[in-house]
Design a protein around this ligand. Structure first.
Ligand code: NIG
Ligand code: FE
Length: 413
């Protein structure tokens, strides 16, 4: 039995694309096509039709929702998270308030390796239980497609455990989940002073096992001073290619060391963070298929510079926005806050920020054919807002919860 859900009297339907672009770049990001006084029809897990209320024909739907005064938009596409983790790092948060920097905490054995210790001592069932809470939370906040990385395991067994949990979340929830193998997130304590030994373990043992179990869509590395070098990035991405794992890399968070050009050379789907960007980095991105991804909640939480998103867009480049949800640098998976912060701190217009958090986020997960816009045939992933005066109100009223309902794959969450 097919199930039809009709949304009618929608004040404004956003991100309406007859044929959806794969991604939007530069000046094209300024346009957000909408229909005022609209209707939208969902059939099971798909968007099947939409239009202006002036042309609404007789439709017998199982459920009809009156959206008078409300805005409807595609659910957010969060292309960068570390949502599967164990415990939290509240103590480091307080240490930072008392004056230590993120890097100083990491040097003292805190940071990523601290999360790894916790995760190694957490069972798969418990890790799943902790992660479910966060996944359900972000779905209610309007996220309809999400990427989840490993990288808090740092042993073969613990990395596989993380990815299995991420996969299981995808099996049990309607939200689209893409998984990324991030074994090269930090050098674990057991390999202190022997980074090459850890790289050998990643390349010779972890990668083949991740690939054999088909646990990951993408491969990632933290290309940064004190973590992994550009040469390590080259080695890992070359190795990962043998297993058809596409790169998405952490790069230019604290230092510009040439990692972006290396990512582009390996045809990375995205390069993420980019708080510190040089003219050469921007040049390397020109004409590439690589999506720059900004993570403004991370900048907010760590008090580090915001990605110069304005410069990227003004250079004709695309930009996606994601949360980076993780226990250390961004304990928040709220895409609404990300969109608002991109407007407030990065000077994106509401149109640019919404494009960056929907269609361009979908591109950064290889999902632009099914997610990120209101297009016939795409997944029935929509946010219905509360009554708001206009879509610019979403980033403007940044601390308010303006979401009334969320549908993912046609299911109300
Ligand atoms: O994307 N920068 C590297 N990794 C994570 C944070 C890791 C952590 O502190 O736990 C990030 O910000
Ligand atoms: Fe991250």
């Amino acid at each position: 039995m097919i199930k039809l859900i009709l949304l009618k009297n929608i004040k404004e339907l956003l991100q309406v694309r007859d044929t959806a672009p794969k991604k939007l770049s530069g000046a094209a990001m300024k346009a957000l096509p909408t229909i005022k006084n609209a209707w939208l029809l969902m059939e099971d897990d798909r968007i099947v039709d939409f239009g202006s209320m002036d042309n609404l024909k007789e439709i017998v739907a199982a459920e009809t929702i009156d959206c008078t005064g409300k805005t409807v938009l595609p659910a957010w596409c969060d292309s960068h998270t570390h949502l599967v983790y164990a415990g939290n790092r509240e103590q480091e948060f307080v240490d930072r308030i008392n004056g230590l920097s993120y890097q100083e905490i990491a040097e003292k054995g805190g940071g990523i390796v601290n999360s790894a210790k916790k995760l190694q001592n957490t069972s798969e069932a418990e890790l799943y239980a902790q992660s479910v809470v966060r996944l359900e939370e972000v779905m209610k906040l309007g996220t309809g497609a999400i990427e989840i990385k490993s990288g808090y395991g740092l042993t073969t067994e613990a990395e596989l455990k993380m990815l299995r949990v991420a996969k299981k979340l995808g099996d049990n929830y309607p939200i689209a989940i893409k998984t990324t193998f991030l074994g090269a997130h930090a050098v674990p304590t057991e390999f202190k002073g022997n980074k090459d030994g850890y790289m050998d373990l990643i390349c010779n043992e972890m990668l083949p096992k991740v690939a054999a179990e088909k646990l990951a869509d993408y491969v990632d590395i933290f290309c940064e001073e004190g973590y992994f070098s550009v040469a390590d990035t080259d080695r890992l991405l070359s190795e990962a290619k043998k297993y058809k794992l596409i790169p998405k890399i952490h790069v230019n968070q604290f230092n510009a060391i040439g990692g972006i050009a290396m990512g582009v050379q390996h045809n990375a789907l995205s390069v993420d963070h980019l708080e510190v960007l040089t003219a050469e980095d921007i040049k390397a991105l020109q004409g590439s298929h690589t999506m720059p991804v900004a993570l403004p909640s991370c900048s907010y939480f760590l008090s580090i510079p915001y990605t110069p998103g304005r410069d990227l867009i003004d250079s004709g480049l695309p930009l996606a926005l994601a949360t980076d949800y993780n226990p250390g640098s961004t304990p928040s998976g709220n895409m609404n806050f990300v969109v608002a912060t991109a407007c407030i701190k990065m000077k994106l217009t509401p149109e640019e920020a919404i494009n960056a958090a929907t269609i361009n986020g979908a591109y950064a997960m290889g999902l632009s054919d099914t997610h990120g816009s209101i297009t016939k045939g795409k997944k029935a992933n929509v946010i219905i807002t509360k009554k708001i005066p206009s879509y610019g109100y979403l980033p403007y009223a940044f601390g308010s919860n303006l979401i009334e309902a969320v549908f993912i794959n046609g299911q109300k969450v």
